[in-house]
Design a protein around this ligand. Structure first.
Ligand code: R5P
Length: 319
C-alpha cells in the first residue's frame, strides 16, 4: 500500500488517564478505540498489550498525565512502545494535561528538571509528535526535539462565559505566571485585568501579598492554567475580597486536578461559577458550581488535520 494511503488509516488508543475523553473524541470521529489491555502485575509493574492491529496506522495515544502522574506517564510510554513494535506507521501522543510542566527549571540548587526528562522520554519511546493543551509553561515546546502542537482551550472557555460576564468584570491573574493567559482572556472578553502578587510557601500553600489593578466594586473572573490544591484560587479570592471586589466570583481554568484539600477549599469560597475543561477526569458529583467545556471537538479536529496533513495554524496557541 502506498505510504500516503497507509498514513490516512488512523486509530485512537487510550490509556487510563481519561478514557471518557478518548471515547468522546472517537465518537466525534466515528471510530471506536483501539482495544488494549493495561493492567499491573502483583508487584505493581505495568503490563500493556494491544488487542487490535495497528500495523500501518497513524496512532493517536490519548493520555493526560494527571494524578497518578508517574503511572500515567509510564502507561503512555509503554503504549507507544507496544504500538511501535506492532508496526504503527506514525505515533502521536495526545496529552491534554501535561504533568511535570511546572518543574521546568532549577528554582534552587541540586533540583532535577523533570519537564526536560519527560520530553526526552516521550521521544525515545517512539512518539513523533506531541499534542497538548495550555501547557503551564508554553516555552516547554523548546524542550522537545519532536514537534509539539500546543493548543489552547482559552477561546472555548471564554466563549462559554462571554454572554454572562458582567460589564464591570475584571479578569484576574492569580499570580505573575498567569498574566499572559489573563491578557488572552481580557482580549477576548474586552475587560481590564488585575494581577495578584503571589508567593508559594509549599506545594499546597501560597500567600497573596496584594492585588495590582482596580478591583473594588468589580466582579472578578479569575483565570489560571490549572487548579491543583486550590491554594492559589483561595488566596487570590481572599485578597480580592479584602480589596473590595463583589462576592460573585467566577473561576476559569483549563485543567482541574482538584487534589488534596481542593474541593473543600473551593466549597468554602463565594464561587458563582467554576468553569474547567475535561482534560482530566472530573468528580462525578460535586458541591462546586462546576461547568465543563469539552476538549473533544478541538482534539478531534486536531487528529483529523494531522492525519490528513492539513494546516494546524488556526488551532495553535502562541501565548
Ligand atoms: C502555578 O503557577 C499554576 O499556574 C497554578 O496557579 C498552580 O499550580 C495551582 O496550584 P494550587 O491550586 O495547588 O495552588
Amino acid at each position: 500500500m502506498p505510504q500516503m494511503e497507509a498514513d490516512k488509516k488512523f486509530t485512537i488508543l487510550a490509556g487510563s488517564g481519561n478514557r471518557p475523553l478518548a471515547e468522546s473524541i472517537g465518537e466525534r470521529l466515528g471510530v471506536g478505540l483501539c482495544r488494549s489491555v493495561v493492567t499491573r502485575f502483583p508487584d505493581s509493574e505495568l503490563y500493556v498489550e494491544l488487542d487490535d492491529t495497528v500495523r500501518g496506522c497513524d496512532v493517536y495515544v490519548v493520555q493526560p498525565t494527571g494524578p497518578a502522574v508517574d503511572g500515567h506517564l509510564m502507561e503512555l510510554v509503554l503504549l507507544a512502545d507496544a504500538s511501535r513494535r506492532a508496526g504503527a506507521a506514525r505515533l502521536t501522543a495526545v496529552v491534554p494535561y501535561f504533568g511535570y510542566a511546572r518543574q521546568d527549571r532549577r528554582a534552587k540548587g541540586r533540583e532535577a528538571v523533570p519537564s526536560r526528562v519527560i520530553a526526552d522520554m516521550l521521544g525515545i519511546a517512539g512518539f513523533q509528535r506531541i499534542v497538548s493543551v495550555d501547557l503551564h509553561t508554553p516555552s516547554l515546546e523548546g524542550f522537545f526535539s519532536i514537534p509539539l502542537e500546543h493548543l489552547s482551550a482559552v477561546g472555548a472557555l471564554a466563549n462559554a462565559i462571554d454572554d454572562s460576564v458582567s460589564d464591570d468584570a475584571v479578569i484576574v491573574a492569580p499570580d505573575l505566571g498567569a498574566v499572559k493567559l489573563a491578557e488572552s482572556y481580557a482580549q477576548l472578553l474586552h475587560r481590564p485585568i488585575a494581577i495578584a502578587h503571589k508567593s508559594r510557601l509549599s506545594g499546597s500553600d501560597v500567600k497573596v501579598h496584594g492585588i495590582v489593578g482596580d478591583v473594588a466594586g468589580r466582579v472578578p473572573v479569575i483565570v489560571d492554567d490549572m487548579i491543583s490544591t486550590g491554594g492559589t484560587i483561595e488566596a487570590a479570592i481572599k485578597a480580592l475580597l479584602a480589596a473590595g471586589c463583589r462576592r460573585e466570583i467566577t473561576v476559569v481554568a483549563s485543567h482541574a486536578l482538584l487534589v488534596g484539600p481542593a474541593v473543600e477549599r473551593l466549597s468554602a469560597l463565594p464561587l458563582k461559577r467554576l468553569l474547567v475543561t475535561d482534560s482530566l477526569p472530573l468528580p462525578e458529583r460535586s458541591s462546586l458550581p462546576m461547568e465543563t467545556v469539552s476538549l473533544a471537538p478541538m482534539l478531534g479536529e486536531t487528529i483529523t488535520r494531522l492525519n490528513i496533513g492539513e494546516s494546524m495554524s488556526e488551532l495553535l496557541s502562541h501565548r
